[in-house]
Design a protein around this ligand. Structure first.
Ligand code: CA
Length: 649
């Protein structure tokens, strides 16, 4: 479906309050339950976030330091204004198709002896977004700014526990290609737990504020005009906004973002809920951003095969790629992803021949590239094409000529502004050539589904490849799979490349790492992991050795959803999640623990006694499909590392 983006501000700038030289200003969500209070004390600025009267964020700092002065001290609140925001937008690539965003927007106008700026808070019923807006300074003479440091913090009460992913150190890992948001989360940890590398934590960051509820902190609207940020280790003032490390990009490029004035920082988002439903269902990543360009291309989302995940590097040859095109055709999939080293192993003439062959089967190609460049030691080719406009544009013209559907660009270099510029330039050039873009070895997407119409997914997670690399990741997959809907996948598309029907993570399906999760658990991940293009980890042998009911399910499962509803669960333990596509609800139940759990079926989106299809694992671990009558008051026992999937008939 064509990306349809529409945004109308129905009522802007309805002034509710105007104060002067206040010490304290606040606004509430439209339902009044979420409150943001901004206070000036001794020239410093802080904010507090309350929900139903409880402090979800305790006193946290605001402000920043520029290259020409400190904007965090000596401040006065000159005035403030609250206006209503009411707009609607449609997006065909996120967890829901239509969003009606209603919020109260508080603008706090500040000045000190250095200059002036505004902090803007947009407060909807469960989400806060805020940013700094900086006009030209020095009576209009100064038209640019370098942000040396943000004073922004996120602080919590002592009873809070954290669910966090450490930021990697720079220039480590495979061919020195980190950070790439591929670290292991630490769950339910005490507030002051140190990060693994001492470099803080990547967005999104989940917190449980005792029995009072949950908070998810992230950021959105990050494009070429800023760096991507993360949170520092915990300090007495809370977690601080931290910029990219100077050591990223092999030390090249500044760590401090800069932009023209007037200009704005990215939105920092705080999602708050008594339960986990507002966290899993949040649209905070998209509510406050806007499309940066339009497109004439009707991008088509769908399912794809890729040889690399199970057959690895040796499979990037013409014959094996034909086998995966044939597999895509047999499954009714739209795409085949040709991974690294196609340029040397298949060649450009061979790729054209492969694309032509695929077309006869109704299949189009996604083509892999390294992003680098000077910023790592990657040998997987093609390299040195996507890193600059001259070679990139010529390459994309060729991709369009052979009829490729998109590109997968891998191995970026971290979070500096110049890397953000590269992401944006790749997306923009690709759109000029009707190409969709998937990023791997990359940063978290920050509102990009709405900002860039041809953006279709990012890895930025310990994805399926790790199940091939190490048994450990197979052993903890139950935890990871039941974690991502609450964290990584809550704020952006997640191109995981999973759903294995192989029992062994190897081409032979007879040796290698052992899959611990059941077949129906794997099916459940196709609903749990949301990305508009799904590169499933199937291989040709699955056409004959995998259960027919599973393969039929994988032929038909949608990759886009009109609605997402959290039913039950706990991060890293289990989840019950419902997603709707067209007029059908799909319900995924996954038990990621090593204990049997009992699931209450009261709140599934079905009528009592409605007939639904039920995929479940039998006692001996075989997948079964039955038509069952849904009972609203029933309970179900789910065995360890297994799942249940309901599909509306
Ligand atoms: Ca990766």
């Amino acid at each position: 479906m064509h990306t349809y983006v529409k945004s109308i501000v129905l009522a802007a700038s309805l002034s509710i309050s105007m104060t002067s030289a206040a010490k304290n200003v606040e606004t509430t969500s439209p339902d009044g339950r979420l409150v943001v209070n901004v206070a000036e004390e001794g020239g410093s600025l802080s904010y507090v976030v309350k929900y139903d009267g409880s402090e979800m964020l305790t006193k946290s700092r605001l402000g920043f330091v520029s290259e020409f002065g400190d904007f965090s001290n000596g401040l006065t609140i000159d005035s403030s204004i609250v206006s209503k925001v009411d707009n609607e937008y449609s997006l065909d690539r996120i967890k829901t198709a239509h969003v009606h965003y209603v919020a109260n927007e508080l603008k706090v106008y500040l000045s000190n002896k250095i200059g002036r700026y505004t902090v803007t808070f947009s407060v909807s019923n469960n989400d806060v977004a805020f940013r700094y807006e900086v006009p030209r300074q020095d009576r209009g003479e100064r038209g640019c700014i370098r942000m040396m440091k943000e004073s922004t913090t996120f602080n919590f009460s002592d009873k809070t526990t954290s669910f966090l992913c450490p930021q990697s150190d720079a220039m480590i890992g495979w061919k020195r290609s980190k950070p790439s948001y591929e670290e292991e989360y630490v769950l339910d940890a005490p507030l002051a737990t140190k990060s693994k590398f001492g470099k803080g934590f990547t967005f999104p960051c989940l917190f449980r504020v005792g029995e009072q509820g949950w908070v998810l902190v992230s950021e959105t609207g990050v494009d070429s005009r800023y760096c991507a940020s993360h949170l520092s280790d915990y300090t007495n003032d809370g977690y601080e906004i931290a910029f990219a490390m100077q050591e990223e990009n092999n030390g090249n490029g500044t760590a401090e973002p800069a932009f023209a004035l007037p200009g704005v920082t990215p939105w920092r988002t705080i999602t708050v809920g008594k339960s986990l439903a507002p966290i899993v269902e949040t649209t905070a990543a998209w509510n406050t951003v806007r499309p940066l360009y339009t497109t004439d291309c009707k991008y088509k989302y769908g399912k794809s095969t890729w040889s690399w995940i199970l057959w690895q590097d040796n499979s990037i040859n013409y014959d094996d790629q034909v086998a995966f095109v044939d597999l895509a055709a047999a499954m009714g999939y739209s795409y085949t992803l040709v991974d690294c080293a196609w340029d040397t192993n298949i060649g450009r003439d061979g790729m054209k021949k492969l694309a032509d062959y695929a077309r006869t089967k109704g299949v189009q190609l996604f083509v892999w590239y390294s992003s680098s460049g000077y910023w790592n030691d990657i040998v997987q080719s093609p390299i040195n094409i996507m890193d600059r406009a001259i070679s990139r544009k010529a390459e994309m013209k060729w991709l369009k000529e052979i009829g490729a559907a998109g590109i997968k660009v891998d191995f970026f270099a971290g979070d500096k502004q110049e890397t953000l510029r590269l992401y944006e330039d790749i997306l923009s050039d690709a759109n000029d050539n009707d190409l969709m873009v998937i990023f791997h070895g990359c940063t978290l997407p920050r509102g990009w589904e709405r900002m860039y119409p041809n953006y279709v997914g990012s890895e930025a997670v310990l994805a399926s490849e790790n199940l091939i690399f190490e048994q450990h990741f197979c052993d903890v997959f139950g935890t990871n799979a039941t974690l991502h809907p609450f964290v990584r996948n809550a704020v952006g598309c997640m191109e995981f490349g999973g759903c294995f029907m192989n029992k062994y993570m190897h081409r032979s399906n007879a040796k290698g790492n052992v899959r611990r999760t059941s077949d129906v658990f794997e099916l459940a991940t196709t609903i749990l992991f949301q990305n508009p293009i799904q590169n499933f980890a199937l291989a040709p042998n699955n056409l004959t050795d995998a259960p027919k009911i599973c393969m039929d399910f994988l032929r038909n499962v949608p990759t886009t959803w009109t609605e997402t509803r959290f039913i039950d669960g706990y991060p890293g333990k289990y989840i019950v999640l419902a997603r709707k596509s067209a007029d059908k609800w799909y319900v995924a139940i996954a038990n990621g623990t090593d204990k049997e759990i009992s699931i209450n079926l009261a709140n599934l989106p079905f009528a009592d006694k409605q007939l639904v299809e039920c995929y479940a694992d039998s006692k001996d671990g075989k997948p079964t499909l039955a038509e069952v009558k849904y009972r609203k008051n029933a309970k179900m026992r789910v065995t360890p590392l297994s799942g249940v999937v309901y599909v509306e008939k």
